[in-house]
Design a protein around this ligand. Structure first.
Ligand code: HSE
Length: 436
């Protein structure tokens, strides 16, 4: 049996998981792909504190020694980061190596040029582990859904945010306390700001949108909000109204383009995504032939992510002898839509329902003033609840759910609401999706 030599750049959690699974499942992997996969060398900045005698591969501190190694056919880029990782991948492709990466930030922001280079050189740049860890969602969208026009992708794709929102909902835990726990468990990014402010989910939905709709990667067009402004009160009111609050990545096909957005979202308690708890990820896909499908699993962690990296590795090995024309295009489309054919819509053009939380002085006529603004903006109110939380201060909280509305109309209504004399404090707005 022929051996394929592999070089790994980076030796963190995921790379260690890959080495472990390649050893543990060596026989099964050989049976699947017909080759023996051998990790020949691993490069990391420093091996200090690691007992390298115990390791079965060459331990290098220079990624380029792997890239230059004639024996190595496939490079796994598992170092993370953007600039250096991008340089390693580019150099590996220029040296004729196939590449497998788990690097969502790099693929979302610089992937287009790297895919072009891989295609020119007749090489693979595989990236299944970049989105939703162990869930093979790239394969689902790129291959399993290829008979469909994809209408919508909605996913819980940041485990840290889901872990925090779940703990706040179920145990009434404090935001900061749960974040520390997520970091200790190793789910959060090195800089957890990317989890909390929605950047990580925005990277992932950028990639999913390109595969769903056959459009170029357009991270800069993604609308992004994190979970830092969600508090116990919102979770409580959402619950009373029959909703959960989840941080979603959404890619929605409209007649005039696509909406790509990440934000906290009220979803009905009986929606499948509502029952996705803790650090788990799930992606709901709606296609015009399939209808609705839900894909669930671990979105991070050493072995689940290794599962996706190794699946890519096996795909690359199976296709080692294919010509470029026979290779699957990076997003599964032979021709991508250019930016004007299916543009990424600006947020003003989004359509959504809304949850609004506003505090107003409790006096005759205030509710009428509020509803008049909605009527003038042609926004239909689905329900309205008055909470007398601060009755002793003569202030009440109004919780309003709207029907579907264009975001520009909602913004105009919010501007007018801000001018109400009876208003106290900021108006909180959270989008509502029914996911049908
Ligand atoms: N920080 C990410 C998450 C890890 O919380 O989902 C997986 O990409």
């Amino acid at each position: 049996m022929k051996t394929v030599a592999i070089g790994i750049i980076g030796f963190g959690t995921v790379a260690k998981g890959v080495v472990e699974v390649l050893e543990k499942n060596a026989r099964e992997i050989e049976r699947r792909c017909g080759y023996r996969l051998q990790v020949k060398a691993v490069a990391r900045r420093s091996w200090e504190g690691v007992d390298t005698q115990m390791l079965s591969f060459v331990c290098s501190d220079n990624p380029y020694s792997l890239i230059e190694d004639e024996d190595i056919e496939i490079i796994l880029e598992l170092a993370g980061g953007v600039d250096l990782a991008g340089q390693y991948i580019e150099a590996a492709l220029l040296r004729g190596k196939h590449v497998v990466t788990a690097n969502k930030a790099l693929i979302a922001t610089r992937g287009q040029a790297l895919f072009d280079l891989a295609r020119e050189r007749g090489l693979e740049l595989a990236y299944e582990a970049a989105v939703a860890g162990g869930i093979p969602i790239i394969k689902v969208l790129r291959e399993g859904m290829s008979g469909n026009q994809v209408l919508q992708v909605a996913g819980i794709i940041n485990g840290t945010s889901n872990f925090i929102l779940t703990a706040m909902t179920e145990q009434g835990s404090d935001f900061a306390e749960v974040l520390t726990e997520a970091q200790a468990l190793g789910y959060a990014e090195a800089d957890p700001t990317f989890d909390i402010d929605g950047t990580d989910a925005a990277h992932k939905i950028t990639i999913l949108a390109s595969i769903a709709f056959g459009i170029e990667l357009q991270f800069e067009g993604v609308y992004k909000e994190g979970i830092d402004h969600i508090n116990a009160e919102d979770l409580q009111y959402a619950d009373e109204l029959g909703f959960r609050i989840k941080h979603l990545g959404l890619a929605i096909r409209r007649n005039n383009g696509v909406e790509i957005r990440v934000h906290p979202t009220l979803i009905p308690k009986n929606a499948l995504l509502s029952s996705v708890s803790g650090v788990m990820n799930a992606v709901q896909v709606n296609g015009n032939a399939l209808g609705e499908g839900l894909y669930y699993g671990a979105g991070a962690g050493a072995l689940p992510t290794a599962s996706a990296v190794i699946a890519d590795l096996i795909d690359v090995v199976r296709e080692l002898n294919l010509s470029q024309e026979d290779r699957l295009a990076e997003f599964g489309f032979h021709q991508l839509h250019n930016k004007t054919a299916l543009p990424v819509l600006p947020s003003d053009e989004f359509h959504s329902s809304y949850y609004l939380n506003l505090r107003v002085v409790d006096k005759v006529g205030v509710l009428a003033e509020v509803t008049k603004i909605f009527a003038k903006s042609e926004i239909s109110i689905a329900s309205i609840i008055q909470k007398n939380a601060l009755a002793h201060e003569n202030v009440v909280t109004l919780i309003i759910l709207t029907n579907l509305v264009k975001e520009s109309s909602m913004n105009a209504a919010l501007e007018q609401l801000q001018t109400l004399e009876a208003l106290r404090g900021q108006i909180k707005r959270i989008r509502v999706e029914f996911l049908g």
